[in-house]
Design a binder for this molecule. Structure first.
Ligand SMILES: C[S@@+](CC[C@H](N)C(=O)[O-])C[C@H]1O[C@@H](n2cnc3c(N)ncnc32)[C@H](O)[C@@H]1O
Length: 358
């Protein structure tokens, strides 16, 4: 009989956890998608037969699906009555579930299938999954324009992360009243809207810069939030240059999408667009200096290489500092988010850098 020494046993057990990850993930998400969690929130106790009658499928299939959440004590099972009820799953709030399900759904739609082609994406420098599954040659951000499922799954997650982290970002966004702000890669305007919300006294004007196809959604968002007078949209491609005439540039969740060469090109464009003394504020997912304390490396390499860009991935804060200096900026602030203040389910840990054009 083969035996394994302690070290090998440990490694093989960890491999087992990796193998089980995607299976557990879909089993749990399916409980939400089928509406089982919702049902148990409303009805407290239900048998597999009653659940099946309400959500579809057979009693046997529902029993199978619920073995895992029962094992985890997310859901309880009463052997005597055959009734299921929420157990530990009753603890998170609706807001918590909203955040978690936006992430889960993004992982299902954007990651699970595309990652089947991760190795090919790494080899070719293209997001092969998008080509195979959507017939699309390009990045996820371009693909969202013509694929509703990708746009909705990614957009909900992105807005949820941005809505959460921007409070921290704007607590450090220290600008003079009346300045003109450019939000580079500002998507459909949420960053501009939040700038007005978090800095009401400063009366800032904010232009959102992103691919031209985002304009209609951005303008609709500005209108809906009553900021149309102070917020505008400029369509373009950052690699073809940025508009001038702004005092402050924000770059949020963007530099991590690129490798060093492209990050330096973007910082070069920002440098060219600003006057001396102009400022850039960067919000970016980072890897901590000490990798072992992070779950970011569990997520981002596969996400960027296999699902979105086929390049990029976060860096350490010290790397971004170095690159900003190389691009002709003086870094005046470089801080990372306090993990203790983050919801425990949150994956990205953010860094914030403020730098001045010399
Ligand atoms: C990860 S999102 C970040 C959105 C927003 N800044 C936020 O924090 O919520 C990246 C954005 O970059 C935009 N983008 C990607 N490549 C770009 C390019 N070359 N020029 C302009 N925008 C680009 C995408 O359309 C997308 O809206």
């Amino acid at each position: 009989m083969t035996t394994w020494n302690t070290g090998t046993t440990q490694v093989l057990s960890e491999f087992k956890e990796y193998a089980l990850g995607p299976m557990r993930f879909m089993n749990l998400l399916s409980c939400f998608e089928l509406g089982i969690v919702d049902l148990l929130q409303k009805n407290t106790r239900m048998t597999a037969q009653e659940i099946a009658e309400s959500v579809g499928g057979t009693e046997a299939a529902i029993e199978q699906l619920l073995f895992l959440p029962v094992k985890e004590d997310f859901i309880s099972f009463d052997e005597r009555t055959g009734a299921y009820a929420l157990a530990r799953m009753a603890l998170p709030t609706d807001e918590d579930f909203g955040r978690v399900i936006a992430w889960f759904n993004m992982i299902k739609v954007i990651c699970l299938r595309q990652l089947y082609y991760l190795s090919e994406s790494v080899k070719t420098g293209k997001v092969v999954g998008l080509r195979e599954l959507y017939g699309f040659d390009g990045t996820l951000y371009e693909a969202t324009a013509e694929n509703d499922d990708l746009r909705m799954a990614w957009g909900a997650m992105m807005d949820s992360v941005t809505g959460f982290i921007d409070e921290w970002f704007f607590a450090h966004f220290d600008v003079r009243p009346g300045v003109k702000v450019l939000d580079v890669a500002g998507n459909t305007g949420l960053g501009a809207i939040l700038t007005r919300k978090h800095k009401p006294a400063e009366d800032l004007t904010v232009a959102c810069f992103d691919f031209p196809e985002k304009e209609a959604d951005a303008v609709a968002n500005f209108q809906e939030h009553g900021v149309r007078e102070h917020c505008s949209f400029i369509g373009g491609n950052v690699f073809k240059g940025l508009p001038k005439g702004f005092d402050v540039v924000m770059i949020k969740h963007f530099l991590d999408m690129f490798d060093r060469e492209n990050v330096l090109k973007i910082l070069g464009s920002v440098h060219e667009a600003l006057e001396p003394g102009g400022e850039v504020y960067i919000l970016v997912p980072i890897y901590p200096e000490e990798l072992k304390s992070s779950s970011s490396v569990d997520f981002f390499p596969a996400y960027f290489l296999g699902c979105t860009m086929a390049e990029g991935g976060p860096q350490r804060l010290s790397t971004y500092q170095k690159w900003l200096t190389e691009a002709g900026f003086e870094v005046v602030t470089a801080i990372s988010q306090d993990i203790a203040t983050m919801p425990p389910d949150m994956v990205p840990v953010h860094g914030l850098l403020r730098a001045i054009k010399k």
